[in-house]
Design a protein around this ligand. Sequence first.
Ligand SMILES: O=C(O)CCC(=O)C(=O)O
Ligand SMILES: [Fe+2]
Length: 275
Amino acid sequence: MEEEEELKAILRNAFGDSSSESDGESSHDRRGRRVRVNDSSDEIVRPLSIFGDTHTWESITEINGLWICRDFLSVDLQSSLLSAFEKEGYLAGTSHNQAMKFGDLPPWALELSYIIRENVLLSGSCSESMNLVTSDSSKESCFFPSELLWREPLFDQLIVNIYQPGEGICAHVDLLRFEDGIAIISLESSCVMHFSSVEAEANHHLEEVNRVCVVPSAKIPVLLTPGSLILMWGEARYKWKHEINRKPGFQIWEGQEIDQKRRTSVTLRKLCRTE
Ligand SMILES: O=C(O)CCC(=O)C(=O)O
Ligand SMILES: [Fe+2]
């Protein structure tokens, strides 16, 4: 118990002071949950973290290599992180604002990397032997393959994106100068991120050129709640575009338009090595 408090204090120090009180459980972690791990609720993974909370991982079954942990950061840690951004002046702007860092990451980002690794390890979802077997099906059930999880550093580039209401990000595949294995942490307003298959889009254009009548390929919506973490690797990272359209009419979840306030996110990536 003492160790648990000590670790929480380390994270709080790293992130800065938090004035908010909570019971350590995200108020959003039961909201909007779409459990689709192989379409069977028996297969939701709930590893026990060092903080005693259980973390729940869900796969987005349509997209290989896309995992979400909705209760990754407690309300306390979310506000500590936001206070750190406030102190660093990230939150001052009135329009889409971005802070980017390469190389040595600030202490709060190192702590995030550390707890991402810890969380995946505790999940037991992906052992070294699983990767060596290289059976696609066992690898697909990894949240983050161990060759990515054990690289050093896990991440060396970060972007803090601050979106005002109505602002989002266009459909894109992250630049190839970044390695596989990307993490995105969401804070403040919930939003829907849409994924669209690069291949399906290319076929669609081809069919359009040939004047074949086609139905546009479906986008896969994923609800990003505050405190959630998504991990993208393999097909999710290279074969799917992701976008957030926060214009009126696009942020619909379960038939309801999500009330759009400011949204902040942290993207963690690793630059490819240049030999
Ligand atoms: O804000 C987000 O959640 C996504 C950010 C993103 O896709 C990027 O920085 O490449
Ligand atoms: Fe991106």
